[in-house]
Design a protein around this ligand. Sequence first.
Ligand SMILES: [Zn+2]
Length: 372
Amino acid sequence: MAEKLESVVKLMENIAPSYLAENWDNVGLQIGNAHKDIHRILVALEVTEAIIDEAISKNVDMIVCHHPLIFKPLKKIRIDDPIGNMVYRLIKNDITLFCAHTNLDIAHGGTNDVLAQILNIMDTKPLRVMNQEKYFKLVVYVPRTHVENVRDAICRAGAGHIGNYSHCTFQTEGKGTFKPLEGTNPFIGTKGEIEKVAECRLESIVPKEKLNGVIKKMVEVHPYEEVAYDLFTLKNDIHSYGLGRVGNLIKPIKLSAFCQEIKSKLAMNVIRIIGDTQKSIQRVGLCTGSGAEFIYDAYKLGCDCYITGDVKYHDAQYAASLGIAVIDAGHFETEHLVCRPLFEKLKELIMEKNYHMEVFLASNNMNPFQTI
Ligand SMILES: [Zn+2]
């Protein structure tokens, strides 16, 4: 059976949750119908005429890309306007368009993490925290006989995940007491008599967005008519989301050598830099795409060097006056690298779900700049 577009949207929500996108952004489904069957998907950096040609030749019915095609509200769709013509061609060829932009920059494993990984920048944290994930401590009292069932159910629903560990819980044994009153139908005990039961206090952490699902599952598998549980708000900084990354190189390297490494890894002929080429670099900030506005954030976080794209003249003057080295590694060069991991992740999730869909990696992503 064919799968609908909404199933792909759910997978993309897994990869780059839309709530992470900046307010000014325009992400998600841009063209198409949520109930349409999807068979073939093309992953690209952005929609261009060449990408639409490729989508048509590969007979895809959906494009997933990073840069939104529709950014400002369109007043008209005219084929003598570049954006209008692309919108027109996508609709005419029944190609759905889905974009994950700043949400993919911010998401774990998104554009910024991909660049940090390629450049071997370790122990990364967001350069500017935008969203701190809220966690709760869930404590539930369960008769000993049902602890394993309840533990398994809440953990499958999203409780007890810390880093790469699942089923993280703690349990203590004790005695629970209760007296079933009129109108009850108790699992254990007799109406009007105080009952003492061997119970476990089972505790675990739950991220806010999984809380309702976890409680629903817990109540479903718990044998009691009235489930006793407590919820505590946690202050732990377990997952924070934000733009850019800051981290460290394994060992210090001269700025000139670091630039050579970036040129080779990002396949660049030339690279523009601000700063002393003999400067020693170890702590590095980065923001893929257009991130000159975060130069000061990188400086404040003690970065020796900051990598981004689209650095303008006055940004460069500002960086020079702060004394932080800045590498303009290009908007395209810092971002197009996300396409392959995005393609692989989407393919993996589609296989896990057994959806009958094929995913293709675009071969026509093109940098509009060239150096001569
Ligand atoms: Zn971009």
